[in-house]
Design a protein around this ligand. Structure first.
Ligand SMILES: [Ca+2]
Length: 409
Protein backbone atom coordinates (compact mmCIF):
# COMPACT_ATOMS: atom_id res chain seq x y z
CA UNK A 1 0.00 0.00 0.00
CA UNK A 2 2.84 2.37 0.83
CA UNK A 3 4.25 1.90 -2.64
CA UNK A 4 0.86 2.56 -4.22
CA UNK A 5 0.28 5.70 -2.14
CA UNK A 6 3.73 7.00 -2.98
CA UNK A 7 3.05 6.30 -6.62
CA UNK A 8 -0.23 8.19 -6.42
CA UNK A 9 1.30 11.25 -4.85
CA UNK A 10 4.36 11.15 -7.04
CA UNK A 11 2.26 10.87 -10.15
CA UNK A 12 0.06 13.73 -9.00
CA UNK A 13 3.02 15.95 -8.22
CA UNK A 14 4.66 14.95 -11.48
CA UNK A 15 1.59 15.76 -13.48
CA UNK A 16 1.17 19.12 -11.85
CA UNK A 17 4.69 20.40 -11.63
CA UNK A 18 6.96 18.60 -14.02
CA UNK A 19 5.12 17.44 -17.11
CA UNK A 20 7.76 18.32 -19.70
CA UNK A 21 11.21 18.26 -18.14
CA UNK A 22 13.07 18.39 -21.46
CA UNK A 23 11.07 20.88 -23.47
CA UNK A 24 11.85 24.57 -23.24
CA UNK A 25 9.19 27.02 -24.29
CA UNK A 26 6.57 24.36 -24.57
CA UNK A 27 7.22 23.42 -20.96
CA UNK A 28 6.96 27.05 -19.84
CA UNK A 29 3.70 27.47 -21.73
CA UNK A 30 2.31 24.31 -20.25
CA UNK A 31 3.45 25.22 -16.76
CA UNK A 32 1.67 28.57 -17.09
CA UNK A 33 -1.40 26.81 -18.33
CA UNK A 34 -1.24 24.39 -15.42
CA UNK A 35 -0.73 27.25 -12.97
CA UNK A 36 -3.70 28.99 -14.51
CA UNK A 37 -5.68 25.82 -14.05
CA UNK A 38 -4.46 25.34 -10.51
CA UNK A 39 -5.60 28.88 -9.82
CA UNK A 40 -8.89 28.11 -11.42
CA UNK A 41 -9.24 24.94 -9.40
CA UNK A 42 -8.43 26.62 -6.14
CA UNK A 43 -9.93 30.04 -6.57
CA UNK A 44 -13.02 29.68 -8.68
CA UNK A 45 -16.03 30.11 -6.44
CA UNK A 46 -18.76 27.94 -7.74
CA UNK A 47 -22.38 27.62 -6.88
CA UNK A 48 -22.83 24.17 -5.30
CA UNK A 49 -24.75 21.96 -7.68
CA UNK A 50 -27.50 20.03 -5.95
CA UNK A 51 -28.54 16.66 -7.13
CA UNK A 52 -31.89 16.42 -8.87
CA UNK A 53 -34.10 13.45 -7.96
CA UNK A 54 -32.52 11.68 -10.92
CA UNK A 55 -28.95 12.63 -10.20
CA UNK A 56 -26.68 10.72 -7.83
CA UNK A 57 -23.80 12.77 -6.44
CA UNK A 58 -21.09 12.20 -3.85
CA UNK A 59 -19.39 15.61 -4.13
CA UNK A 60 -20.61 18.98 -2.91
CA UNK A 61 -20.03 20.76 -6.21
CA UNK A 62 -16.88 22.68 -5.24
CA UNK A 63 -13.74 21.69 -7.11
CA UNK A 64 -10.51 21.74 -5.10
CA UNK A 65 -8.02 20.46 -7.66
CA UNK A 66 -7.75 18.34 -10.80
CA UNK A 67 -6.54 14.80 -10.97
CA UNK A 68 -5.13 12.83 -13.89
CA UNK A 69 -2.84 9.86 -14.40
CA UNK A 70 -1.41 7.46 -16.93
CA UNK A 71 -3.18 4.22 -17.85
CA UNK A 72 -4.04 1.97 -16.02
CA UNK A 73 -5.12 4.45 -13.33
CA UNK A 74 -8.76 5.52 -13.27
CA UNK A 75 -10.98 7.71 -11.12
CA UNK A 76 -13.78 5.66 -9.56
CA UNK A 77 -16.83 6.66 -7.54
CA UNK A 78 -19.08 4.17 -5.77
CA UNK A 79 -22.81 4.90 -6.03
CA UNK A 80 -25.63 3.37 -4.00
CA UNK A 81 -28.81 3.92 -6.00
CA UNK A 82 -32.10 4.36 -4.13
CA UNK A 83 -33.64 1.32 -5.82
CA UNK A 84 -32.24 -2.14 -6.50
CA UNK A 85 -32.52 -1.63 -10.25
CA UNK A 86 -31.13 1.61 -11.66
CA UNK A 87 -31.05 2.84 -15.24
CA UNK A 88 -27.98 4.99 -15.91
CA UNK A 89 -28.81 7.44 -18.67
CA UNK A 90 -25.81 9.74 -18.39
CA UNK A 91 -22.65 10.46 -16.43
CA UNK A 92 -21.61 13.99 -15.55
CA UNK A 93 -17.97 14.89 -15.06
CA UNK A 94 -16.64 18.14 -13.71
CA UNK A 95 -13.34 18.50 -15.49
CA UNK A 96 -11.03 20.43 -17.71
CA UNK A 97 -9.41 18.97 -20.77
CA UNK A 98 -6.46 20.33 -22.67
CA UNK A 99 -7.04 19.29 -26.26
CA UNK A 100 -3.77 18.86 -28.11
CA UNK A 101 -1.95 16.35 -30.25
CA UNK A 102 -3.70 13.69 -32.33
CA UNK A 103 -7.31 12.74 -31.54
CA UNK A 104 -7.33 10.05 -28.90
CA UNK A 105 -9.57 8.24 -26.48
CA UNK A 106 -10.51 8.14 -22.83
CA UNK A 107 -12.82 5.59 -21.25
CA UNK A 108 -15.99 5.69 -19.24
CA UNK A 109 -16.82 2.44 -17.49
CA UNK A 110 -19.49 1.06 -15.18
CA UNK A 111 -18.40 -1.63 -12.72
CA UNK A 112 -20.58 -3.60 -10.36
CA UNK A 113 -19.96 -3.75 -6.61
CA UNK A 114 -17.69 -6.77 -7.19
CA UNK A 115 -15.43 -4.62 -9.47
CA UNK A 116 -16.59 -6.44 -12.61
CA UNK A 117 -16.94 -4.35 -15.74
CA UNK A 118 -20.53 -3.97 -16.86
CA UNK A 119 -19.97 -1.28 -19.45
CA UNK A 120 -16.96 0.24 -21.14
CA UNK A 121 -17.00 2.93 -23.76
CA UNK A 122 -14.08 4.67 -25.45
CA UNK A 123 -14.77 8.32 -26.24
CA UNK A 124 -12.88 10.94 -28.16
CA UNK A 125 -11.80 13.82 -25.93
CA UNK A 126 -12.76 16.43 -28.50
CA UNK A 127 -16.28 15.03 -28.81
CA UNK A 128 -16.93 15.59 -25.09
CA UNK A 129 -14.77 18.46 -23.82
CA UNK A 130 -14.22 22.07 -24.77
CA UNK A 131 -10.57 22.98 -24.80
CA UNK A 132 -9.20 24.13 -21.43
CA UNK A 133 -12.65 24.82 -20.05
CA UNK A 134 -13.44 23.76 -16.51
CA UNK A 135 -17.09 22.78 -16.42
CA UNK A 136 -19.61 20.01 -16.00
CA UNK A 137 -19.75 17.71 -19.04
CA UNK A 138 -22.59 15.29 -19.59
CA UNK A 139 -21.95 11.99 -21.37
CA UNK A 140 -25.10 10.17 -22.47
CA UNK A 141 -25.05 6.40 -21.94
CA UNK A 142 -27.34 3.86 -23.63
CA UNK A 143 -29.66 3.16 -20.62
CA UNK A 144 -27.30 0.84 -18.77
CA UNK A 145 -29.30 -1.04 -16.14
CA UNK A 146 -27.41 -2.06 -13.02
CA UNK A 147 -28.46 -3.96 -9.90
CA UNK A 148 -27.30 -2.67 -6.52
CA UNK A 149 -24.21 -0.55 -5.88
CA UNK A 150 -22.01 0.32 -8.81
CA UNK A 151 -18.90 2.29 -9.71
CA UNK A 152 -18.47 4.88 -12.41
CA UNK A 153 -14.86 4.75 -13.56
CA UNK A 154 -13.26 7.42 -15.75
CA UNK A 155 -9.93 6.46 -17.28
CA UNK A 156 -8.16 9.66 -18.43
CA UNK A 157 -5.45 7.81 -20.45
CA UNK A 158 -3.00 10.59 -19.69
CA UNK A 159 -0.17 11.17 -22.17
CA UNK A 160 2.44 13.87 -22.32
CA UNK A 161 1.77 14.93 -25.89
CA UNK A 162 -1.93 14.13 -26.29
CA UNK A 163 -5.16 15.44 -24.80
CA UNK A 164 -5.02 15.74 -21.00
CA UNK A 165 -8.14 15.26 -18.96
CA UNK A 166 -8.16 16.65 -15.41
CA UNK A 167 -11.03 15.39 -13.28
CA UNK A 168 -12.08 17.72 -10.47
CA UNK A 169 -11.78 16.61 -6.87
CA UNK A 170 -13.87 18.10 -4.08
CA UNK A 171 -11.41 18.08 -1.21
CA UNK A 172 -13.47 19.87 1.43
CA UNK A 173 -15.12 18.02 4.28
CA UNK A 174 -17.49 16.30 4.60
CA UNK A 175 -16.21 13.39 2.53
CA UNK A 176 -18.43 10.69 1.09
CA UNK A 177 -15.64 8.08 1.30
CA UNK A 178 -16.76 6.73 -2.05
CA UNK A 179 -13.90 7.84 -4.32
CA UNK A 180 -10.98 5.62 -5.25
CA UNK A 181 -8.14 5.51 -7.69
CA UNK A 182 -8.32 2.16 -9.42
CA UNK A 183 -5.89 0.03 -11.35
CA UNK A 184 -8.31 -0.50 -14.22
CA UNK A 185 -6.16 -3.22 -15.75
CA UNK A 186 -6.10 -5.40 -12.65
CA UNK A 187 -9.43 -4.15 -11.28
CA UNK A 188 -7.91 -3.42 -7.90
CA UNK A 189 -8.05 -0.23 -5.81
CA UNK A 190 -4.80 1.76 -5.79
CA UNK A 191 -5.89 4.37 -3.30
CA UNK A 192 -9.02 5.03 -1.21
CA UNK A 193 -9.57 8.78 -0.91
CA UNK A 194 -11.32 8.33 2.44
CA UNK A 195 -11.55 10.99 5.15
CA UNK A 196 -8.96 9.02 7.15
CA UNK A 197 -6.53 8.80 4.21
CA UNK A 198 -3.67 11.25 3.71
CA UNK A 199 -5.43 12.81 0.73
CA UNK A 200 -9.20 12.65 1.15
CA UNK A 201 -11.55 13.82 -1.58
CA UNK A 202 -14.57 13.16 -3.74
CA UNK A 203 -14.18 12.89 -7.49
CA UNK A 204 -16.72 15.18 -9.13
CA UNK A 205 -18.39 12.44 -11.11
CA UNK A 206 -22.18 12.11 -10.99
CA UNK A 207 -24.79 9.80 -12.41
CA UNK A 208 -28.05 10.69 -14.12
CA UNK A 209 -30.60 7.95 -14.00
CA UNK A 210 -33.87 6.59 -12.75
CA UNK A 211 -35.23 3.55 -10.96
CA UNK A 212 -35.65 0.57 -13.27
CA UNK A 213 -36.96 -2.94 -12.87
CA UNK A 214 -34.09 -5.28 -12.09
CA UNK A 215 -33.10 -7.16 -15.21
CA UNK A 216 -31.58 -10.63 -15.52
CA UNK A 217 -27.81 -10.77 -15.61
CA UNK A 218 -25.85 -11.40 -18.76
CA UNK A 219 -23.85 -14.45 -17.79
CA UNK A 220 -20.88 -16.26 -19.25
CA UNK A 221 -21.99 -19.78 -20.14
CA UNK A 222 -18.86 -21.23 -21.71
CA UNK A 223 -15.35 -20.45 -22.93
CA UNK A 224 -13.61 -22.42 -25.62
CA UNK A 225 -10.14 -22.01 -26.97
CA UNK A 226 -8.62 -23.02 -30.22
CA UNK A 227 -5.34 -22.06 -31.80
CA UNK A 228 -6.76 -18.94 -33.47
CA UNK A 229 -9.30 -17.50 -31.07
CA UNK A 230 -11.21 -17.56 -27.82
CA UNK A 231 -14.89 -18.32 -28.25
CA UNK A 232 -17.18 -17.25 -25.42
CA UNK A 233 -20.89 -17.87 -25.11
CA UNK A 234 -22.96 -15.55 -22.90
CA UNK A 235 -26.57 -16.21 -21.96
CA UNK A 236 -29.22 -13.59 -21.49
CA UNK A 237 -32.58 -15.04 -20.38
CA UNK A 238 -34.74 -12.47 -22.13
CA UNK A 239 -35.54 -10.96 -25.48
CA UNK A 240 -32.46 -9.40 -27.05
CA UNK A 241 -32.83 -6.70 -29.68
CA UNK A 242 -29.15 -6.17 -30.28
CA UNK A 243 -25.81 -7.40 -28.95
CA UNK A 244 -22.28 -6.12 -29.34
CA UNK A 245 -18.88 -6.57 -27.75
CA UNK A 246 -15.70 -4.61 -27.43
CA UNK A 247 -12.26 -5.60 -26.26
CA UNK A 248 -9.92 -3.15 -24.56
CA UNK A 249 -6.38 -4.18 -25.29
CA UNK A 250 -3.80 -4.21 -22.51
CA UNK A 251 -2.45 -0.86 -23.82
CA UNK A 252 -5.94 0.63 -23.68
CA UNK A 253 -6.85 0.47 -27.38
CA UNK A 254 -10.41 -0.63 -28.19
CA UNK A 255 -11.21 -3.40 -30.69
CA UNK A 256 -14.70 -4.32 -31.90
CA UNK A 257 -15.42 -8.06 -31.64
CA UNK A 258 -17.41 -10.46 -33.76
CA UNK A 259 -20.75 -11.31 -32.17
CA UNK A 260 -23.41 -13.78 -33.25
CA UNK A 261 -26.77 -14.47 -31.62
CA UNK A 262 -28.96 -17.52 -31.40
CA UNK A 263 -31.90 -17.46 -28.99
CA UNK A 264 -30.57 -16.62 -25.53
CA UNK A 265 -26.98 -17.29 -26.54
CA UNK A 266 -24.57 -14.59 -27.60
CA UNK A 267 -21.32 -15.90 -29.03
CA UNK A 268 -18.26 -13.64 -29.00
CA UNK A 269 -15.02 -14.45 -30.81
CA UNK A 270 -11.79 -12.77 -29.77
CA UNK A 271 -8.24 -13.40 -30.94
CA UNK A 272 -6.46 -11.04 -28.56
CA UNK A 273 -6.04 -10.52 -24.86
CA UNK A 274 -7.59 -7.70 -22.87
CA UNK A 275 -10.80 -6.71 -21.17
CA UNK A 276 -13.93 -7.82 -23.00
CA UNK A 277 -17.19 -5.93 -22.57
CA UNK A 278 -20.33 -7.61 -23.93
CA UNK A 279 -23.61 -5.73 -24.08
CA UNK A 280 -27.18 -6.65 -24.94
CA UNK A 281 -30.03 -4.31 -25.66
CA UNK A 282 -33.31 -5.66 -24.31
CA UNK A 283 -36.68 -5.39 -26.02
CA UNK A 284 -37.44 -2.43 -23.73
CA UNK A 285 -34.35 -0.54 -24.93
CA UNK A 286 -32.30 -1.08 -21.76
CA UNK A 287 -28.69 -2.20 -21.95
CA UNK A 288 -27.20 -4.93 -19.78
CA UNK A 289 -23.49 -5.62 -19.85
CA UNK A 290 -20.89 -8.09 -18.69
CA UNK A 291 -17.13 -7.92 -18.54
CA UNK A 292 -14.52 -10.61 -18.84
CA UNK A 293 -10.75 -10.47 -18.72
CA UNK A 294 -9.06 -12.52 -21.39
CA UNK A 295 -5.47 -12.80 -20.39
CA UNK A 296 -2.43 -14.78 -21.37
CA UNK A 297 -2.53 -16.78 -18.13
CA UNK A 298 -6.06 -17.92 -18.99
CA UNK A 299 -4.77 -19.21 -22.31
CA UNK A 300 -1.73 -20.80 -20.62
CA UNK A 301 -4.07 -22.44 -18.14
CA UNK A 302 -6.17 -23.61 -21.05
CA UNK A 303 -3.10 -25.12 -22.73
CA UNK A 304 -2.09 -26.87 -19.48
CA UNK A 305 -5.63 -28.12 -19.05
CA UNK A 306 -5.71 -29.14 -22.69
CA UNK A 307 -2.43 -31.09 -22.26
CA UNK A 308 -3.75 -32.69 -19.08
CA UNK A 309 -6.96 -33.45 -20.85
CA UNK A 310 -5.11 -35.13 -23.72
CA UNK A 311 -3.05 -37.17 -21.23
CA UNK A 312 -6.21 -38.13 -19.37
CA UNK A 313 -7.89 -38.97 -22.64
CA UNK A 314 -5.00 -41.30 -23.53
CA UNK A 315 -5.11 -42.82 -20.06
CA UNK A 316 -8.83 -43.17 -20.42
CA UNK A 317 -8.27 -44.96 -23.77
CA UNK A 318 -5.84 -47.38 -22.05
CA UNK A 319 -8.39 -47.94 -19.31
CA UNK A 320 -11.11 -48.43 -21.89
CA UNK A 321 -9.04 -51.10 -23.64
CA UNK A 322 -8.34 -52.76 -20.26
CA UNK A 323 -12.04 -52.74 -19.51
CA UNK A 324 -12.71 -54.25 -22.93
CA UNK A 325 -10.13 -57.01 -22.28
CA UNK A 326 -11.59 -57.62 -18.85
CA UNK A 327 -15.04 -57.71 -20.36
CA UNK A 328 -13.92 -60.32 -22.89
CA UNK A 329 -12.27 -62.32 -20.12
CA UNK A 330 -15.36 -61.96 -18.06
CA UNK A 331 -17.45 -63.22 -20.95
CA UNK A 332 -15.11 -66.22 -21.37
CA UNK A 333 -15.31 -66.93 -17.67
CA UNK A 334 -19.06 -66.64 -17.82
CA UNK A 335 -19.14 -69.15 -20.67
CA UNK A 336 -16.83 -71.42 -18.70
CA UNK A 337 -19.00 -71.10 -15.63
CA UNK A 338 -22.07 -71.81 -17.75
CA UNK A 339 -20.38 -74.91 -19.20
CA UNK A 340 -19.27 -75.97 -15.73
CA UNK A 341 -22.81 -75.46 -14.47
CA UNK A 342 -24.11 -77.58 -17.31
CA UNK A 343 -21.56 -80.31 -16.55
CA UNK A 344 -22.42 -80.11 -12.87
CA UNK A 345 -26.06 -80.42 -13.72
CA UNK A 346 -25.37 -83.54 -15.83
CA UNK A 347 -23.22 -85.02 -13.07
CA UNK A 348 -25.88 -84.23 -10.55
CA UNK A 349 -28.46 -86.04 -12.68
CA UNK A 350 -26.11 -88.97 -12.90
CA UNK A 351 -25.61 -88.89 -9.14
CA UNK A 352 -29.38 -88.77 -8.69
CA UNK A 353 -29.76 -91.75 -10.97
CA UNK A 354 -26.97 -93.61 -9.15
CA UNK A 355 -28.59 -92.83 -5.83
CA UNK A 356 -31.90 -94.13 -7.17
CA UNK A 357 -30.17 -97.24 -8.45
CA UNK A 358 -28.48 -97.62 -5.14
CA UNK A 359 -31.78 -97.34 -3.32
CA UNK A 360 -33.32 -99.88 -5.65
CA UNK A 361 -30.37 -102.22 -5.15
CA UNK A 362 -30.60 -101.76 -1.41
CA UNK A 363 -34.27 -102.66 -1.59
CA UNK A 364 -33.48 -105.71 -3.74
CA UNK A 365 -30.69 -106.67 -1.33
CA UNK A 366 -33.13 -106.39 1.55
CA UNK A 367 -35.64 -108.57 -0.36
CA UNK A 368 -32.93 -111.09 -1.22
CA UNK A 369 -31.83 -111.08 2.37
CA UNK A 370 -35.37 -111.85 3.44
CA UNK A 371 -35.54 -114.65 0.81
CA UNK A 372 -32.26 -116.05 2.13
CA UNK A 373 -33.62 -116.03 5.66
CA UNK A 374 -36.77 -117.76 4.50
CA UNK A 375 -34.75 -120.32 2.54
CA UNK A 376 -32.50 -120.83 5.56
CA UNK A 377 -35.57 -121.46 7.68
CA UNK A 378 -37.00 -123.79 5.12
CA UNK A 379 -33.62 -125.53 4.90
CA UNK A 380 -33.50 -125.97 8.66
CA UNK A 381 -37.01 -127.36 8.64
CA UNK A 382 -36.09 -129.74 5.88
CA UNK A 383 -32.97 -130.78 7.80
CA UNK A 384 -35.08 -131.44 10.87
CA UNK A 385 -37.59 -133.38 8.81
CA UNK A 386 -34.77 -135.30 7.14
CA UNK A 387 -33.20 -136.04 10.51
CA UNK A 388 -36.53 -137.24 11.83
CA UNK A 389 -37.05 -139.37 8.72
CA UNK A 390 -33.53 -140.85 9.01
CA UNK A 391 -34.07 -141.52 12.69
CA UNK A 392 -37.37 -143.17 11.96
CA UNK A 393 -35.75 -145.27 9.29
CA UNK A 394 -32.91 -146.34 11.58
CA UNK A 395 -35.41 -147.10 14.28
CA UNK A 396 -37.42 -149.24 11.89
CA UNK A 397 -34.31 -151.07 10.69
CA UNK A 398 -33.13 -151.67 14.23
CA UNK A 399 -36.53 -152.97 15.27
CA UNK A 400 -36.62 -155.28 12.30
CA UNK A 401 -33.15 -156.73 13.07
CA UNK A 402 -34.11 -157.31 16.65
CA UNK A 403 -37.21 -159.28 15.52
CA UNK A 404 -35.16 -161.35 13.06
CA UNK A 405 -32.66 -162.24 15.80
CA UNK A 406 -35.39 -163.48 18.10
CA UNK A 407 -36.84 -165.71 15.53
CA UNK A 408 -33.42 -167.16 14.66
CA UNK A 409 -32.64 -167.80 18.27
CA1 LIG B 1 -17.02 17.75 0.15
Amino acid sequence: MITLNTRYFCSTIFLYFNPFPREGLKRLGFMLLLLAFSTMFFNTVQTPAYASPFELACDDGKAGYGWSDFYPSGAAVLFSPPSAGWRITAVKIHAACILKGPASLFYIQIWDAGLNTKYSEPLLFNRVFKNATLDWYTIRLPNIVVTGDFYVVIIPMFTLDGPQLWISVDNNPPFSNTSLIMNVDRHTPLFHMNATSGKPGDFMIRVMGEPAPTLPELRLASVEFNDEETVMVFNYPGEVKNAWARLTRVNGDPVECRVSREGWSITVRVNETGLLNVLVETAGGDVVGAGLRINASLRTRFKTLSTNYTALQEFSEVLRRMVETLETENENLRTQVRDANYATSILQNQVWRLMENNTRLERQTAELSMSIDRLRLENNLLLILLSVAVAALLLTVTVRRLRVGKWAG
